[in-house]
Design a protein around this ligand. Structure first.
Ligand code: IMP
Length: 202
């Protein structure tokens, strides 16, 4: 059975990547809690995904898979984009507030007064797989939606409560995990790299 390490400590991403990889027959390992933070100093989702997957592959001598993803809001010329995870680093957390909640609060502050018809946004994901022999696979996928004026739903993570899938009229946080996995940027990118992986093995 092929062993794959998922190069992330983000619990939301892990929850979405681990199960499908296991179902496909991979032996999946994750990074230990004390694994060093990998500096994401790339200028695109693709560069950052490759930085993470290359680092872990070379360090642990194993196939590594990493995604870099984020929410791009059209009205903000693509922000927060690759800075999605650290968007509200300039905000002071309110008592009991998580980083994800602060990111959502900042985005709502900045988008205050912007009408619904100008609130198009999309999640982007670059998924990279790096092999010990130097081979690399990369896939890009998006999930289009609209930014709500307030949070809806409790599932998922990150910007899910603000992101409306217009076809289903549900936010990412109102969907069951299995529904999100049928539509999300990350699920589609994972599918694409797995297909490429299978082709490589033939
Ligand atoms: P990364 O770990 O640098 O790729 O940052 C990803 C960040 O983008 C997360 O911390 C979230 O803020 C946001 N993000 C990416 N994918 C999703 C998603 O599926 N739902 C909600 N937020 C997401």
């Amino acid at each position: 059975m092929k062993k794959v390490i998922i190069a992330t400590k983000n619990k939301g991403k892990l929850a979405e990547l681990e199960a499908p990889l296991k179902e496909l027959g991979f032996c999946v390992e994750t990074l230990s809690a004390d694994y060093p933070e990998i500096e994401e100093n790339g200028t695109s989702f693709e560069e950052n995904a490759l930085i993470k997957a290359r680092f872990v592959c070379r360090d642990l001598h194993c196939i590594a898979i990493a995604d870099d993803s984020g929410l791009c809001v059209e009205y903000l010329n693509g922000a927060p984009g690759i800075f999605s995870a650290r968007y509200a680093n300039d905000y002071t957390l309110l008592p009991g507030e998580t980083k994800d909640q602060a990111n959502n609060r900042k985005l709502l502050d900045i988008m205050q007064g912007v009408p619904m018809e100008k609130r198009q946004c999309a999640f982007h994901c670059a998924m990279a797989v790096v092999f010990p022999d130097g081979k690399e696979l990369i896939a890009h996928k998006t999930w289009e939606g609209r930014l709500l004026f307030e949070e809806r739903g409790k599932n998922g993570f990150g910007y899910d409560p603000l992101f409306l899938d217009e076809e289903l009229q549900l936010t990412g946080a109102q969907m069951e995990k299995s529904v999100k996995m049928g539509r999300s940027h990350r699920a589609k990118a994972l599918q694409a790299v797995i297909e490429a992986f299978r082709t490589l093995e033939k």
